[in-house]
Design a protein around this ligand. Sequence first.
Ligand code: CMP
Length: 143
Amino acid sequence: MERTFLMVKPDGVQRNLIGEIVSRFEKKGFQLVGGKLMNISQELAEEHYGEHKERPFFGELVDFITSGPVFAMVWEGENVIATARQMMGSTNPKDAAPGTIRGDFGITVGKNVIHGSDSPASAEREIGLFFKEEEKVEYNKLM
Ligand code: CMP
């Protein structure tokens, strides 16, 4: 079954949106297999956002993601990577449709409430960066 890495960013945590965001994915039918409130170190932030290293906003991105706690999650379900991205909406909240998380709660591209893996390869990499094996649960398959 497919898995993805999702993270409520510091702005979402500060604005008390963890419950709202978790609820949307639960109601959709996906299963939460890991979740933790944590502070991101400078090293982890630079590694996680490594592909953006040459972008002019890289410093701002790292400063923001390390500025306060995030809620990191692993979600499982059929086609969860693409569906979660649809539910999140466009990266820039000004282009995100109403009804999506960024469309409903975000205003600026930097503080866009949530991050989600964009491909199976990034999902695997990001889950590995943030979660140890024992931090992910197994559901009873008969449930
Ligand atoms: P995210 O999905 O976490 O992946 C990379 C992030 O870079 C993206 O969400 C945006 O929050 C951020 N980003 C993209 N463009 C800009 C920009 N021009 N200025 C600041 N942050 C940006």
